[in-house]
Ligand binder design. Structure first.
Ligand code: PHE
Ligand code: CO
Length: 287
């Protein structure tokens, strides 16, 4: 099994079902792995109150993620009544269409393997800590949960239209690396940030990256970096904004964007709404 970039994936894909799901095999995790999970959890818990969105913090407080690697079936019993989503265990990254089909059916694929101790700060592929800590709390939020399903349906369509690259940028800049305005300043709801010890403070406090108001077509035209902290974050006002902006049929957006040069990850355009660092206050222009 190889990933989109062609490198060998590290999960065990030998025992999966046709939809790429496996059993979690919770009994198979070692005490050392549960201990590593607890260390990862403690580090993020110390940062989350300052940097994560209320929606994320409120849910996390009601879940018992800190004891060790969670049992997916125990979480599913809480998730079903909350938002009608279910977690399914997968060996690692799955092909685009498989992923979209799960999301379109309100199933979130969670990788079963945990990083090695030497990867405490950085992993190349998403592991169970990223998938679980970063994504699962947001699935309890009703508006965000509907957005994720709509994204899955949109993915199936984008695949048919040859527009996955454009749609993937939207996932990247919202689900993985999104920021949200709050009365207490900018916060994050993006799983790639929420599970990261370094980027969670960086995305809110560093003077380096651009923070730009959410703009759907702009995002679908913007490249991103997969091996460094992001050079640009996009800021939503609330999840309703995200849900409503993405509700229209994207077919004509793809047509509009097709063949246009993408913007580099660090670009700032005259039309961007640029935010001051961490303040949530918007300046009139970028200049
Ligand atoms: N409305 C989009 C389409 O028609 C689907 C979508 C919804 C995509 C939400 C992303 C997020 O393709
Ligand atoms: Co992720």
């Amino acid at each position: 099994m190889t990933g989109e970039t062609g490198h060998e994936l590290r999960g065990d894909y030998s025992r999966m079902r046709p939809d790429y799901t496996v059993d979690q095999d919770w009994e198979g995790y070692s005490p050392a792995q549960h201990e590593l999970w607890r260390r990862l959890y403690r580090r993020q818990m110390a940062l989350v109150p300052r940097y994560a969105s209320d929606e994320f913090c409120d849910t996390l407080a009601t879940l018992n993620f800190g004891e060790g690697i969670p049992r997916f079936d125990a979480i599913n019993r809480m998730l079903r009544p909350a938002s009608n989503w279910q977690l399914v265990a997968v060996p690692g990254l799955v092909p685009d269409l498989v992923f979209f089909d799960h999301l379109a059916n309100r199933r979130f694929p969670v990788t079963v393997w945990l990083r090695e101790p030497g990867e405490f700060d950085y992993i190349v592929e998403p592991d169970v800590f990223h998938d679980f800590f970063g994504h699962v709390p947001m699935l309890f939020n009703p508006v965000f949960a509907d957005y994720m399903q709509a994204y899955g349906r949109g993915g199936i369509k984008a695949h048919a239209l040859g527009a996955i690259e454009m749609l993937a940028r939207l996932y990247w800049y919202t689900v993985e690396f999104g920021l949200i305005e709050t009365p207490r300043g900018l916060r994050t709801y993006g799983a790639g940030i929420l599970s990261s010890g370094g980027e969670i403070g960086y995305c809110v406090e560093s003077p380096e990256p651009n923070r730009i108001g959410f703009d759907l077509l702009r995002i679908m035209r913007t490249q991103y970096k997969i091996d460094t902290f992001q050079e640009t974050y996009f800021v939503i006002r609330d999840f309703e904004q995200l849900f409503e902006a993405t509700a229209p049929d994207f077919t004509r957006y793809y047509e509009q964007l097709r063949g246009k040069e993408p913007y580099p990850a660090a670009a700032v355009l005259a039309t961007d709404k640029v935010y001051n660092r961490g303040s949530g206050v918007r300046t009139s222009s970028s200049a």
